[in-house]
Design a protein around this ligand. Structure first.
Ligand code: AMP
Ligand code: FES
Ligand code: ZN
Ligand code: ZN
Length: 313
């Protein structure tokens, strides 16, 4: 196959789209696709201020690069988790994120979890019962809370993350295996904002992980190759492998799984559940919405760690 646009030598072959493109056309195609999804799902406009959560990985750095190239007002947020595990994981991802921001003249906010809570993610995980020894559940909770807090405090209209199609299909697969209605109802390209919570969007949710790797490499973006050291053996990696097996037999299967879910929901698959969706209350300490009255899970965790949480002596 030759590049569909110019007939030149193809750099990326995408059987899932029956499409091959040369380097230049591929590097144009990815931002065009992203723009198409931003518009289709009404994620944000050029007048709005976007906060991109950047981990130093290929997806979020590429997302930041794409939004910048498309002319959106996009600042970055890096959350330092304090994960070392002998490979200096957090230090290296922070260094790469800062280098990208500096090279492109972009504004980056940096939050260190240790400064905010007094402990790193692995320490927090040891001090709480969440996640049975694995830090991933505490980490997810803290990241969500900090992203929401910064977006709200600094007045951003929308928070964008680098989740790609493989991430979304794996989460969807997990939620389908357990028929987790509440999660299935909320999963999608856009999670509307509520008072105290910025709108959340995933502009890369329809782009294959393989395409994002190709984009980062062909654009010469320096990103952290290592996965989080705690991710090894996780169910999401297992689901990604299963979906990849399916994809290799039937190119396009992953995309079709995700898109048919969005379509089914739009036609009312969860309509009944939508009506009985739990009402949210503001957390009495930090003000972020939570499903139960009182403290949110983040503030409950903090309270367990130290008897005097800031502002609630
Ligand atoms: P993950 O859950 O690690 O697959 O990350 C999903 C998305 O969350 C990434 O694409 C980023 O947008 C965001 N993210 C993950 N880790 C961080 C971090 N340490 N700082 C800022 N954003 C992050
Ligand atoms: Fe949070 Fe791995 S435990 S990124
Ligand atoms: Zn071409
Ligand atoms: Zn709270």
């Amino acid at each position: 196959m030759r590049c569909r646009k110019c007939g030149g030598k193809p750099a990326v072959n995408m059987p899932q789209h029956k499409l091959a493109l040369c380097k230049d056309h591929f590097l144009e195609w990815i931002p065009e696709q992203t723009e198409r999804f931003i518009t289709k799902y009404e994620m944000f406009s050029r007048q709005e201020r976007v906060l991109v959560a950047v981990s130093g990985g290929k997806d979020s750095l590429s997302l930041w690069d794409i939004l910048h190239r498309l002319g959106y007002q996009a600042d970055g947020l890096y959350i330092g988790l304090g994960i070392d595990e002998g490979i200096g994981y957090s230090d290296e991802s922070r260094r790469l994120t800062e280098a990208f921001a500096a090279a492109n003249g972009l504004k980056l906010h940096v939050v260190e979890v240790e400064k905010e809570t007094g402990q790193t993610i692995p320490q927090l995980a040891r001090a709480t019962t969440r996640g049975r020894g694995k830090p991933c559940s505490v980490c997810g909770l803290v990241k969500r809370h900090e992203m929401n807090r910064i977006a709200r405090d600094l007045g951003y209209d929308v928070l964008a993350t680098g989740h790609n199609l493989d991430d979304e299909a794996a989460v969807l697969f997990g939620n389908t295996l357990t028929w987790s209605g509440e999660y299935l109802l909320r999963q999608g390209p856009v999670l509307p904002g509520t008072p105290g919570l910025a709108r959340k969007v995933k502009p890369l949710c329809r782009i294959y992980e393989r395409e994002m790797t190709a984009y980062a490499l062909l654009r010469g973006i320096e990103y952290i190759y290592e996965e989080c050291p705690f991710a090894a053996g996780s169910t999401s990696i297992y689901y990604k492998e299963l979906l990849n097996k399916m994809e290799s037999d039937r190119p396009g299967a992953k995309l079709s799984f995700y898109l048919s879910f969005l379509e089914a929901r739009k036609s009312g698959l969860f309509a009944q559940r939508e009506q009985v969706q739990a009402e949210l209350h503001p957390c009495t300490n930090c003000g972020q919405p939570t499903s139960a009255p009182g403290l949110c899970s983040f503030c409950r965790m903090k309270e367990k760690l130290a008897p005097t949480v800031e502002g609630r002596a």
